[in-house]
Design a protein around this ligand. Structure first.
Ligand SMILES: *Cc1c(COP(=O)(O)O)cnc(C)c1O
Length: 795
């Protein structure tokens, strides 16, 4: 931002007057927030335009994602523009509290969890690195639902971030396109959000599409006084971008979902083709030299047959030519090996929604079958296994691997599992296509913005280069024996805990002791993430403290935050169980000073920014082999929390970097789980032999806890203890890992008391978090998959 303080004040005053017809002294915090947003949008307009012009001559990468979990923009934009302090000063002079202005912004929550947040971190890194890379997605009117609790059960309410419009988006009506389905067409209207890089004039773009009806109103019907039917078409068209599907790692196979996917993919490809033609004409030989498209999971994979359709049907290319361009243009990121998440579409539905794209998908499958018959002539079973269309289902992951030049996993362990197990057939066919790109997070949001105190200490010690080069943090190791630095680390952690205590008091009405260990598990609620293991341990601890009130014990606060998919009953049962355990324990005077349980309502990015900096312990306890990477684990590490975790996803790389001795690794490893499965795992063995475990598990059904007649605790109990046609008893090894987890928790409770030694471990984690910057991840994508180069506006 190049305006000075005086100019800035005038701009805020101007926009309060223009938009709300008021003097600044009369404005609400929300109105000030909006005026500030407008002032920023005006300030960056020129640079945004210039950046687009500069990039249009270069190869550009487009990140296709059904989700972008951006969170709030104001604070992040002010920091990246380098004007946060000035803005705070101006507001203070006007008698306005900046924090309240910041709180007036609703999160932009167009995502479920890690996958959407990764997309948001990637955009920040692309802009900061001056890389020509943009996002394409859907402008959902309602993002992820707002969560509240009633009687301990999750209640979902619609999220309405666009209630008053959105100051960070600019509609671009001139770029509108039409998207056609089997049953009619809709308009796709683009809205652009600026992605402001740190310390650069470059402004990248997130383009989100809104679905609109071709005719706003059917005049014929309206004139016949048929009001309802007159708006019906409009409603049906606009349903497409109405709401984000709230499932994290489950595939619903619903028609509207397929329409959403095709809608944003088709609109984005038409947009890219139009831009390409404007500059390069209709010779598409050079297309892959100017366009790279990353498919974030299988959600946008229908882009592969859609680009074929656009090339063959509309641009008149031969099938062979079109296919060779398509393969070179696209690349695919796999995010999961959970069977229930692998997207498949029923042929009948797919054909109905996108008939021509279905024909092309058949063509692609026939081509693949021909190729497989040549490569594996004596293995018809394998040819069938690798078919995109099998029986009446279309396998989007197979289409993704076949139609792209690169497939990547999101952490080293995950990529190895893909290569040697889940995607073994494909790895043998195309070994050169498989790459690893370990996920990362942006340090601008997750350290500089969320933890200014720790940021200031780091800058004081090693300078500020870490903001754009996180590997600089390694220099902090020089201070590992510096008692003064270690004490500062501890006092910053304490200050962040006190801030969280205040938030919990105000928002949830609960008192928490900042001298207790803050042990935090925040992520989507899923059986594989094993929040159940965590709460089982808490129940056991409570039982033990009741029996031995005088046992030596450092007080602990267990903090949870998680949304469950509305149809995922077991997950909702686990939320209810944690809330009930919290209620019982928090009101028990015998344990009151020692144990406290808090379930933070409506976990989202803005709340995450308060939780990560306040954590002593990061809970990363998924069943080994199930969590592809995780990124919450990285945010904790960067803020000096120690990990209690399994050797899963990026946890493996976290302890590789920071040292196993500075974290608390426990539990079965991937190969041990495989061995147990092979020889037959019986949860009754730990249930009967591990001290205290039987009592904990049975408390689900012996009346200790009460699910208000819903039967959900019984369901959880059966999922642990009984085989069923659709799963093995305790398929996530909660009981088998319980004792190892409890031992790790015991070590934490003892080691926490040696404050200086703990601070050293914190420091070692922070100092070795450099690898987990999304800047590093994005550089790897840019150099090894997209082949794009930086292009920077002159300062
Ligand atoms: C980082 C983040 C996630 C991902 O957390 P994991 O522990 O990696 O699953 C989910 N939701 C929000 C709001 C986040 O900030």
């Amino acid at each position: 931002m190049r305006v000075g303080k005086e100019e800035l004040r005038k701009q805020i005053e101007k926009y309060v007057k223009v938009s709300f017809g008021k003097e600044i002294s009369e404005a609400t915090e929300f109105e000030v927030y909006r005026a500030l947003g407008q002032a920023i949008m005006e300030d960056i307009a020129e640079d945004w335009y210039e950046t687009n012009k500069l990039y249009s001559q270069k190869k550009q990468a487009y990140y296709f994602s059904a989700e972008f979990l951006m969170g709030r923009a104001l604070g992040n934009n002010l920091i990246n523009l380098g004007v946060l302090d000035e803005v705070k000063e101006v507001l203070t002079e006007l008698g306005i509290d900046y924090n309240k202005v910041e709180d007036a912004e609703e999160d932009s929550a167009l995502g479920n969890g890690g996958l959407g947040r990764l997309a948001a971190c990637f955009l920040d890194s692309l802009a900061t690195l001056n890389l020509p890379g943009h996002g394409y997605g859907i402008r959902y009117r309602n993002g992820i639902f707002n969560q509240s609790f009633k009687d301990g059960y999750q209640v979902e309410k619609p999220e309405t971030w666009l209630k008053y419009g959105d100051v960070w988006s600019v509609m671009r009506p001139a770029d509108e396109v039409i998207v056609s389905f089997g049953d009619g067409s809709v308009r796709a209207v683009p809205y652009d959000m600026p992605i402001i890089g740190y310390g650069t004039r470059n402004i990248n773009t997130l383009r989100l599409w809104e679905a609109k009806s071709l005719v706003d109103l059917d005049l014929g019907k309206f004139n016949q006084q048929d009001y309802l039917h007159a708006t019906q078409d409009k409603t049906r068209a606009e349903d497409i971008s109405r709401v984000l599907y709230p499932n994290d790692s489950t595939d619903e196979g619903k028609k509207l979902r397929l329409k959403q996917q095709y809608f944003f993919v088709s609109a984005s490809l038409q947009d890219i083709l139009r831009k390409y033609k404007r500059i390069h004409g209709t010779n598409f030989d050079e297309f892959p030299s100017y366009v790279a498209i990353q498919l974030n999971d299988t959600h946008p994979v229908i882009a592969i047959p859609e680009l074929m359709r656009l090339f063959v049907d509309l641009e008149g290319l031969s099938w062979e030519k079109a296919w060779s361009i398509v393969e070179k243009t696209f690349s695919y990121t796999n995010h999961t090996i959970l069977a229930e998440a692998l997207e498949k579409w029923w042929v009948g539905l797919y054909e109905q929604v996108v008939p021509r794209v279905y024909q092309i998908t058949q063509g692609i499958n026939n081509q693949l079958r021909g190729f497989l018959a040549e490569r594996f002539p004596n293995d018809p079973a394998r040819q069938d296994r690798m078919s995109i269309i099998q029986g009446n289902m279309i396998h989007m992951a197979w289409l993704a691997i076949y139609g792209t030049h690169a497939t990547n996993g999101v952490a080293a362990l995950h990529t190895e599992i893909l290569k040697h197990k889940e995607l073994k057939d494909w790895y043998e066919l195309y070994p050169e296509r498989f790459l690893n790109k370990t996920n990362g997070i942006t340090q601008r949001r997750w350290l500089l913005q969320s933890n200014p105190e720790l940021s200031a200490l780091i800058t004081e010690l090693i300078g500020n280069e870490w903001i754009t080069d996180l590997s600089q943090l390694k220099k902090l190791e020089a201070y590992v024996d510096d008692e003064e630095v270690l004490k500062k680390l501890l006092s910053i952690k304490h200050a962040k805990k006190i801030e969280l205590v205040k938030y919990l008091r105000e928002v949830q009405g609960i008192e928490v002791n900042p001298n207790s260990i803050f042990d935090i598990q925040i992520k989507r609620l899923h059986e594989y993430k094993r929040q159940l293991l965590n709460i089982f341990h808490v129940i056991g601890l409570y039982n033990k403290l009741k029996l031995n009130p005088s046992m030596s014990f450092q007080p602990v606060t267990y903090i949870y935050g998680a949304k469950a998919a509305p149809g995922y009953l077991v997950a909702k049962g686990i939320i209810r169980l944690i809330n009930e355990v919290a209620q019982v324990i928090n009101k028990d005077p015998e344990t009151n000073g020692k144990l406290r349980i808090v379930f933070v309502e409506n976990y989202r990015v803005s709340v995450a920014q308060k939780l990560f900096p306040a954590a002593d312990i990061s809970e990363q306890i998924s069943t080994a082999g199930k969590e592809a990477s995780g990124t919450g684990n990285m945010k904790f590490m960067l803020n000096g929390a120690l990990t209690i975790g399994t050797l899963d996803g990026a946890n493996v790389e976290i302890v590789e970097e920071a040292g196993e001795e500075n974290n608390f690794i426990f539990g079965l490893k991937v190969n041990e789980i495989e061995e147990m499965r092979a020889k037959g795992y019986d949860p009754h063995v730990p249930y009967n032999s591990v001290e205290g475990l039987k009592k904990i598990v049975d408390s689900l059904i012996d009346g200790t806890f009460n699910d208000l007649g819903t039967g959900i605790y019984g369901t959880i109990h059966r999922s642990l203890m009984e085989n069923a046609p659709w799963h093995q008893a305790d398929q996530y090894f909660v009981l088998e890992d319980f004792e190892a987890y409890r031992n790790a928790q015991k070590r934490i409770n003892v080691e926490y008391r040696d404050r200086l030694s703990w601070a050293k471990k914190q420091l070692m984690n922070i100092a070795n978090a450099g690898k987990f910057s999304s800047d590093r991840t994005i550089k790897e994508y840019a150099d090894e998959i997209w082949f794009i180069e930086p292009a920077k506006l002159e300062d």
